[in-house]
Design a protein around this ligand. Structure first.
Ligand code: NAD
Length: 299
């Protein structure tokens, strides 16, 4: 029997998008500034194409100036860096995002570090990562997926996580490490686990908050999870499923949703959990960047 509350990321994201749209209209009306988001996509990766389409559509629905640069798979690093330089110097653009992963011949670090720290709405620049880690939140950009996770956790148990144990599964720079930094900032006692962690189920079972960002379908089971824990499933995995002889692919998370729902206090579904919140946080970061450009705090 399910006991967990389903955390509806889609509904939360829609509500947030509404307030971003209102703030965008006010910014235009009172200061003549329209938030501008530039998305650069390189190559034909089908998942990336879907993500970029969703980002563009959401940016437009918020009332942003939205541009997309689609570059060929074999574009030179010099051409990518030149485009980023142009966008860095374009006053109509407040946020620049280069969709990852990049084709192999391009160096991810070189490309992400070329983006101006003031327009780094993905929060991947080392300066912004440093500020986040040091707790200088006022003028950094928090990476979108961890920022969305934190909002959902805060909605469940409030902003102060004093006394709570949080276990993060996965240590990537995009999700695991920044979410751990945010949880720590909110006073949680944080454990970061990864592929070399010994007896992961035992470690996870001590958590009041579990964040799974691994990329392994249905890995986290009910007997790993403490009764009443908040479970945030970041994983997006495409799996094949055969129903009535027909094979279809569907998305699933890193958490076995049906199983874990029998013990957790609250849980995010996949799809419809962290994913929609991630896109909304990108909009929030871009709006904030535009507000800063207008000399407004944006807090
Ligand atoms: P990654 O591949 O960079 O990192 C995966 C992490 O999982 C690594 O730190 C690794 O040590 C750990 N890991 C691997 N096997 C493990 C195991 N058996 N036990 C414990 N830890 C293990 O991945 P990522 O970029 O952090 O993404 C993780 C997942 O989240 C993927 O499914 C990705 O698609 C998804 N994702 C979703 C969003 C979103 O918006 N919802 C955003 C980013 C990533």
């Amino acid at each position: 029997m399910k006991v967990a509350r389903k955390i509806d990321g889609k509904a939360k994201a829609a509500k947030l998008t509404e307030s971003i749209t209102l703030e965008t209209a006010t910014l235009l009306e009172e200061h003549g500034i329209k938030p501008g988001l530039a998305v650069v996509i390189i190559g034909e990766n089908p998942a990336s194409q879907v993500y970029v389409r969703n980002k563009k559509r959401t940016a437009e629905s918020c009332g942003f100036h939205s541009v997309q640069h689609s570059l060929a798979d074999d574009v030179s690093e010099q051409d990518v860096l030149q485009l980023i330089d142009e966008l860095n110097n374009d006053p109509a653009i407040h946020g620049i995002l280069v969709q990852l992963p990049l084709p192999e011949h391009l160096d991810e670090l070189t490309v992400t570090q070329a983006i101006s720290t003031a327009k780094d709405v993905d929060g991947f620049h080392l300066v912004n990562i440093g500020k986040l880690t040091a707790g200088h939140m006022a003028d950094t950009f928090v990476p979108c997926t961890p920022a969305g996770c934190m909002l959902m956790i805060e909605d469940e148990i409030g902003p102060d996580l004093s006394g709570k144990n949080a276990v993060v599964i996965g240590r990537s720079n995009i999700v695991g490490k920044p979410i751990a930094a945010l949880l720590l900032q909110a006073n949680a006692t944080v454990t970061i686990t990864h592929s070399r962690t010994k007896d992961l189920p035992r470690v996870v079972s001590g958590a009041d908050i579990v964040v799974a960002a691994v990329g392994r379908p249905n890995m986290v089971k009910a007997d790993w999870v403490k009764a009443g824990a908040i479970v945030i499933d970041v994983g997006i995995n495409r799996v094949e499923q055969t129903i009535d002889g027909e094979t279809k692919s569907r998305l699933t998370g890193d958490v076995d949703y049906d199983d874990v729902s029998t013990v957790a206090g609250a849980i995010t579904p996949v799809p419809g959990g962290v994913g929609p919140m991630t896109i909304t946080m990108l909009m929030a970061n871009t709006l904030r960047s535009a507000q800063r450009a207008a000399g407004l705090d944006g807090e």
